[in-house]
Design a binder for this molecule. Structure first.
Ligand SMILES: [Zn+2]
Length: 445
């Protein structure tokens, strides 16, 4: 075990303690030992000066696709976990739609072991609801949880059989874990490849109507109400589903929800030019939907931000729009995009953003994360909320390059990430070099 580390002078943001102040933080044995305005450095401590930077609980992403096993050309658990820490995420929940799917205890154990071996972000497996993700026979959910699954989902596909959804929402209550729902009526989605509206008409592409999502969200909320189970709606994209979730919460239904950074930032206009990097499921929607999901995140109707990080190989995106794969990567742009849209956009303050990216998602998945309380895991992100940077997909740690933010200037960037007190990502040297270069060129000029 390494010695104590004293993180000095950062603006500390901890929603769990409603804390936003310049503080020192002492890490001992991988846990948070003390948080106070001025902590004298213990004799053997490594002192790290973080003045001018923000420090918060590491971000938690309840929705990532790490593609392993079976899709290692797109991403591996290790490359995905390195993308996670580069984006400030210290815990991620890996969806089970791999090949083979995570539908038995051995597969859950495989994901856990690979995650532990990578020693980067903590990787928590989500088990499948149905065997083979086929939507027919329910998995042995109790065994999946005993092996380490933190939730169940058939994400990538909806659980189309309402009876199966009912049984899943009943059975998971024994373990108090949520069912993560990819809410989509595939009959309404049909062969659609983007949002149904003026842009799809202009481009001559088949549309996916808002109703495809709204119908499924309504059904799931009603089944959660019937059973009393814990439902989590993935990637909310429409004004209608936000409204349905608001009403369900008001009735006391146990439902939570997430929104992706791309659904907060982009409309279906991004598809113009047949840009396959803007093709995802659910699709980018209209401006009024974007406004509605932003408002819902501010109000707490949508609880958290999740990336739905979905890496694809170059070849799977460099196709005709109709044939290209659905999905975008998101781990390494989540902070920059969300901070720009929600904080610089004047909708949330930084503490509230950290709440949506760390504390709330940790609560939803029941993870030991999202707080800087005494004794908590020292899972920490240090970021510069003002750093401007160009999104360069060729520099991603992820194997996926499929981002609609390519070439865009983002504001807010991760500087350093710690998991269990250990540095797993560090850009301080690069920043010091950049400053030195600026200094030299100023001197020359
Ligand atoms: Zn999904």
């Amino acid at each position: 075990m390494s010695g104590p580390r004293l993180l000095q002078g950062a603006r500390v943001l901890d929603p769990a303690q409603r804390l936003d102040a310049v503080m020192d933080l002492l890490v001992v044995d991988g846990a948070i030992a003390r948080l106070a305005p001025a902590i004298p450095a213990p004799e053997n401590a490594e002192v790290i000066d973080l003045s001018g930077l923000c420090l918060s609980p590491g971000f938690v992403d309840v929705h990532v696709h790490l593609r392993e096993p079976g899709g290692e050309h797109k991403e591996t658990i290790e490359s995905g976990a390195s993308a996670a820490v580069a984006g400030g995420f210290t815990s991620v929940c890996a969806m089970p739609n791999t090949d083979p799917p995570i539908d038995d205890p051995a597969a859950v154990g495989f994901v856990l072991a690979k995650g532990e071996r990578a020693r980067l972000a903590r990787v928590y497996p989500v088990g499948a609801v149905s065997v083979g993700l086929e939507g027919k026979e329910m998995t042995e959910i109790g065994e999946l949880i005993a092996a380490g699954a933190v939730a169940v989902s058939d994400d990538g596909h909806p659980v189309w059989d309402s009876g199966l959804m009912r049984r899943a929402l009943e059975y998971t209550q024994v373990f108090d874990i949520p069912v993560f729902s990819h809410a989509e009526d595939q009959g309404l989605s049909g062969q659609g490849v983007m949002n149904e509206g003026a842009v799809s008409t202009a481009l001559g592409l088949r549309g996916i109507p808002n109703a495809s999502e709204d119908v499924a969200v309504a059904r799931d909320c009603l089944i959660a109400e019937l059973t009393g189970g814990r439902l989590h709606i993935c990637h909310v994209s429409t004004a209608g589903s936000a409204e349905i979730i608001r009403a369900a919460k008001a009735r006391g239904v146990r439902v939570t929800a997430e929104v992706t950074p791309h659904h907060l930032a982009l409309t279906d206009e991004a598809v113009r030019g047949y840009r396959t990097d803007a093709k995802m499921s659910p699709p980018l929607r209209s401006a009024s939907d974007v406004a509605a999901v932003r408002d819902a995140l501010v109000e707490g109707v949508i609880d958290c931000i999740a990336t739905d990080h979905a890496p694809h190989h170059y070849e799977e995106k460099e196709r005709e729009f109709d044939d290209a794969a659905f999905g975008v990567v998101g781990l390494e742009t989540a902070l920059g995009v969300s901070l720009q849209e929600m904080v610089l956009g004047g909708r949330l303050d930084l503490l509230e953003l950290v709440d949506r990216m760390a504390s709330k998602p940790a609560q939803i998945a029941g993870l030991p994360a999202g707080s800087l309380a005494d004794g908590a895991n020292a899972d920490i992100v240090v970021f510069d909320p003002e750093e401007r940077w160009e999104c360069r997909a060729d520099r991603f740690c992820s194997r996926g390059r499929n981002t609609p933010f390519k070439g865009r200037e983002l504001v807010g960037r991760v500087v350093m990430t710690l998991v269990g007190g250990r540095t797993v990502y560090d850009r301080r040297g690069e920043r010091a070099d950049a400053r030195a270069t600026v200094k030299v060129s100023e001197d020359v000029g």
